[in-house]
Write a protein that binds this ligand. Structure first.
Ligand code: 4AD
Ligand code: MG
Length: 431
């Protein structure tokens, strides 16, 4: 028996097909029964006529509820009334697993769906998002590999912070205090002395208590680091990477974007136009001029300000040259103006916030040491990192992209939690 996926069966259009999957909908009378079957690829209507089956077979059909698994052999034909334009007239079937009454029905609360996430991921909406997620991950790997980056991994158990102590998760490591990785960065900066151009996609952890639609406590982080890379090089890579991912999704996930009712106009514009690039200072001027919003120089841009700026553009915006005081200790001081650093954030259109954070790295060991001491850190803990500046230091730069942020925007999701199968937030850690 050679099984076809539902999509392959639909593409075959006529003749005998053997398909299998789960019952998505069911209804019937005492002469005819309609099951809509789903698998990973699509759904299809299947018709059972009583006259084709023995008494006990027909009775067995009555036990079938939504989400029962079943194998079906029958003849496929076009029928415009069927949900996906085709239907299968069933000749024989084999029930594989009956289903209890499926708890998920229409109009359930977000809480209920989150409690039943393990079942909810079977829904067509979640399946579509998970497929797009798979494309996004594949495209990130492909982008870096075709540009001659090596895949490289950092430890997840780490003894230092990198993105500020307040969002660290502590782990009791045989009686010692360690942290879950916020980023691979410090280990990546060591790794480029071996491999020069490296990337990863790995989980990062942030103990952020804020309940927002764009923060997870565990998220997937695509990061890159390059020896000899300039500040401009990483902005160019960030832009090219986002374009590459969006193009892949547009090429491969048309049905999923349709199912999600995503208007793809802005995704297409993102491919066609260069991203807006402005400095932090220019961003403040725009906020004041266009929205009458005064932000004093030296304050970080908040979500509301990023959202306002995103209204002005139909591409992502690369904002550069942030004040040193709002950015991390490792960012390179600007030669012309020591109050700003060579750091950038790439902000998504449509109010989806920061997609990428990156910077050129400070090469002056004394400046790094001073910043660490100012933050109350113990320099001995950072010896492995400071050694990168002691043994053949080179100019270098890198960035991190939040996979779920990018997926949220591409799919235009209401909440970042839907961009991952099993989201983790301060209040949501099971299932
Ligand atoms: O801006 P961040 O904190 O930068 C870093 O971690 C650098 N060390 C990266 C590097 O240069 N290698 O985080 C990078 C990106 C953000 O732009 C955002 O997209 C995502 O990670 N991110 C989160 N995504 C979901 N939930 C959270 N709590 C996130 N925090 C950051
Ligand atoms: Mg950031």
């Amino acid at each position: 028996m050679s099984w076809l996926s539902i999509q392959q069966a639909i593409e075959k259009k006529t003749g005998t097909v053997s398909i299998r999957g789960w019952v998505y909908r069911e209804r019937g009378s005492n002469k005819l029964k309609f099951l809509v079957l789903r698998d990973a690829t699509n759904i299809i209507q299947c018709i059972f006529e009583k006259t084709n089956f023995a008494e006990e077979e027909w009775n067995a059909l009555d036990k079938i509820q939504i989400e029962a698994s079943i194998e079906i052999k029958g003849t496929i034909k076009k029928d415009d009334r069927a949900p996906t334009g085709f239907e299968v007239n069933v000749e024989s079937f084999n029930i594989i697993g009956l289903s209890d009454t499926f708890p998920i029905t229409k109009d359930q609360s977000k809480e209920f769906l989150a409690d039943n996430r393990h079942l909810w991921i079977r829904s067509r909406k979640q399946t579509a998002i998970l497929k797009i997620r798979s494309t996004v991950f594949g495209a990130i790997h492909e982008y870096f590999r075709t540009n001659d980056f090596y895949e490289y991994q950092s430890p997840i158990f780490q003894s230092t912070q990198c993105e500020g102590g307040s969002s660290l998760f502590e782990v009791n490591y045989f009686g010692k205090k360690l942290f879950l990785a916020q980023t691979w960065q410090l280990f990546a900066e060591a790794g480029i002395f071996s491999l020069e151009k490296i990337y990863t996609i790995a989980p990062s952890f942030r103990a952020e208590k804020s309940k927002t639609s764009r923060h997870l406590t565990e998220y997937w982080h695509a990061e890159m680091e390059g020896a000899w890379f300039s500040f401009k090089d990483i902005q160019d890579h960030g832009e090219a990477l986002i374009k590459y991912v969006v193009k892949n999704v547009l090429d491969k996930n048309k049905p999923e974007l349709e199912l999600l009712e995503r208007d793809t106009k802005i995704l297409k514009t993102t491919l066609e136009k260069p991203f807006a690039r402005i400095t932090y200072t220019e961003a403040l001027e725009l906020l004041e001029k266009k929205f009458n919003k005064k932000v004093s120089w030296g304050k970080d841009l908040r979500t509301i300000e990023e959202n306002k700026l995103s209204e002005l553009y139909d591409t992502p915006i690369i904002i550069t040259n942030y004040p040193k005081i709002v950015k991390a200790f490792y960012m390179k001081e600007n030669k012309e103006d020591p109050n700003v650093v060579h750091g950038f954030d790439c902000v998504a259109p449509e109010g989806y916030g920061e997609l990428i954070g990156g910077s050129e790295r400070e090469s002056d060991i004394e400046k790094i040491e001073k910043r660490l001491l100012d933050e109350g850190e113990n320099l001995a803990d950072y010896k492995f990192y400071l050694d990168t500046r002691r043994y053949g230091s080179i100019p270098h730069a890198g960035f991190g992209l939040g996979a779920e942020r990018l997926i949220s925007w591409i799919c235009k999701l209401e909440n970042i939690k839907d961009a991952i199968a099993f989201p983790r937030t301060p209040l949501r850690y099971a299932p």
